[in-house]
Design a protein around this ligand. Structure first.
Ligand code: PMP
Ligand code: GLN
Length: 391
C-alpha cells in the first residue's frame, strides 16, 4: 500500500498523553500534563449549562458568536490598550491548537522558513512541516533562558515568512522582556515577516514579571497574530475555546483555513467564555495570586530536596534541574523512575526540542493542583529521595 503522510506517520503520541497514561498506570500524582485539578469558575460553567438548555445548539457564525468576539476585543483594550475591531479582527477557534494550525496554514507555504524557539510547544513543529515550510530553530538557554541576539539574527533570512513566539513560554516559564520583544519586532520589520504569538498563558504571569503582547510594539499591530485560550484563562482545558486577534488582511485567510478545519465551535461554550472574559479585574488578579502561591508552595520544598529550581515568571509549570541530585541518566529516564518509584509524574524537557540537541537534565512539574495534592507529591518525593540515599 502507498505510504501515509510522512509528517504524522510514525510520530509519537504526545508526551503529555504518554505521561498521563503512565501516571494512571502507576497510580501516580500527575504533575505532568498541564491541566488544573479543579474546574474553573462556577458562574462561567452555569452560563454554559443555561445556554446549552435554553439557546439553539446549531452552527453559530463561522467567525464566532458576536458576544465572544466583542469580549475578546474588549479584553485586548482593557489589558493591553489595543484597539481591535471585533467584527473583522477576531476569530473564535476550537482551542489555541486549532488557532495555531489555522494561522500556520494560512500564512505559510512550501519554500517559506518559519523560526521556532526551543524549547517549543509540541504541535508547532508538525504543523509547520505539514504546511510544507522549513523550520529554523533558535534556542533560549537555561538556566535563565536568554534569547541570544546573534543567534536570532542569524535565523532570519529573505525566506523567513514568520516567527512563532510562545509568551509566556511553556515549558520553561519564561516571560519575554521588553528588550527581547523589541529585538524580535525589529527583525520582523527588517525582514518583512509575520509573528504568530501563542499567548495562551497571558493571564498567568507573576508579580515580578509583566506580559506585553508583541502586537503592542510599534509597527507590530499589522504583523502579529495573537492567540489566547479560555482553557488556560478559566481553568477549563476540556472546553477547547481559543481566539485569534489579527489585522483584517491576516484574519481573512486564517478564517478561510478555519472554515475547513472545524468551521465553528460549540455556541454555549462560546457564550460562557464571553461572560468569563468580561469578569472584573478581581478575577484575573486572584487567579494569578492563587497560582503564584502554588508556585511558591512547590518551589521551596523542591529546592530543599536538592533540585535546582529555575525561575518561573509565568504559566503553571516549574522547571527543575535534577543533576545536583546525582542521578546519572536522562530526563526521560528520571521521569520514568520517578513515576514508577515515587508515584509522581512530571514531563522531560527534552520532549520540547525539535532537531537540535537540548538540555537532558531538566523536568517540568505542573503546579495548578489542589494544595493537598501538591503537599502529597512533595512528601512522596521526599520519601523516594530518602530511600535512594540509603540504597
Ligand atoms: N500553546 C501552548 C503553549 C500550550 O501550552 C497549550 C496547552 N494546551 C496550547 C497552545 C493549546 O491550547 P488549547 O488547549 O486551547 O488548544
Ligand atoms: N498544554 C498542555 C501541557 O503543556 C498539554 C496539552 C495537551 O495535552 N495537548 O502540558
Amino acid at each position: 500500500m502507498k505510504p501515509t503522510n510522512t509528517v504524522f506517520t510514525g510520530l509519537e503520541t504526545t508526551v503529555f498523553e504518554r505521561m498521563s497514561r503512565l501516571a494512571s498506570e502507576h497510580k501516580a500524582i500527575n504533575l505532568g500534563q498541564g491541566f488544573p485539578d479543579v474546574d474553573g469558575p462556577q458562574d462561567v460553567r452555569q452560563v454554559a449549562a443555561d445556554a446549552l438548555m435554553q439557546d439553539p445548539n446549531q452552527y453559530p457564525p463561522m467567525l464566532g458568536v458576536p458576544a465572544l468576539r466583542q469580549a475578546v476585543a474588549d479584553n485586548n483594550k482593557r489589558f493591553y490598550d489595543l484597539d481591535i475591531d471585533w467584527q473583522s479582527e477576531v476569530l473564535v477557534t476550537s482551542g489555541a491548537t486549532e488557532a495555531l494550525a489555522d494561522s500556520i496554514f494560512a500564512l505559510v507555504e512550501p519554500g517559506d522558513e518559519v523560526i521556532l524557539i526551543e524549547p517549543l510547544y509540541d504541535c508547532y513543529l508538525s504543523l509547520v512541516k505539514r504546511a510544507g515550510a522549513t523550520p529554523v530553530f533558535v534556542q533560549v538557554t537555561p538556566p535563565n533562558w536568554e534569547l541570544h541576539e546573534d543567534q536570532l539574527r542569524k535565523a532570519f533570512s529573505s525566506k523567513t515568512k514568520a516567527i512563532l513566539i510562545n509568551n509566556p513560554m511553556n515549558p520553561n516559564a519564561k516571560v519575554f522582556h521588553k528588550d527581547e520583544l523589541q529585538l524580535i519586532a525589529d527583525l520582523c520589520l527588517e525582514y518583512d515577516c509575520y509573528a504568530i504569538c501563542d499567548e495562551v498563558y497571558e493571564h498567568i504571569v507573576f508579580s515580578e514579571a509583566k506580559h506585553k503582547p508583541l502586537m503592542t510594539l510599534p509597527g507590530m499591530r499589522d504583523r502579529c497574530v495573537r492567540i489566547g485560550s479560555a482553557g488556560k484563562t478559566f481553568s477549563l482545558t476540556g472546553w477547547k475555546i481559543g481566539y485569534i486577534t489579527a489585522p483584517h488582511n491576516l484574519l481573512e485567510p486564517i478564517a478561510k483555513a478555519h472554515q475547513f478545519v472545524t468551521f465553528t465551535t460549540p455556541p454555549n461554550l462560546q457564550k460562557a467564555v464571553a461572560y468569563g472574559l468580561n469578569k472584573d479585574d478581581d478575577y484575573y488578579v486572584s487567579f494569578e495570586k492563587e497560582l503564584e502561591a502554588k508556585r511558591d508552595l512547590i518551589s521551596g520544598p523542591l529546592a530543599d530536596m536538592g533540585f535546582s529550581v529555575l525561575q518561573c515568571e509565568g504559566t503553571y509549570f516549574v522547571t527543575c534541574d535534577f543533576s545536583p541530585l546525582g542521578f546519572n541518566g536522562t530526563d526521560v529516564e528520571f521521569c520514568q523512575k520517578m513515576v514508577e518509584e515515587a508515584g509522581v509524574a512530571a514531563v522531560p524537557i527534552s520532549a520540547f526540542y525539535g532537531t537540535h540537541e537540548g538540555p537532558k537534565t531538566l523536568v517540568r512539574f505542573c503546579f495548578c493542583k489542589k494544595d493537598e495534592v501538591l503537599h502529597e507529591a512533595l512528601s512522596r518525593l521526599r520519601t523516594w529521595m530518602g530511600a535512594m540515599a540509603v540504597s
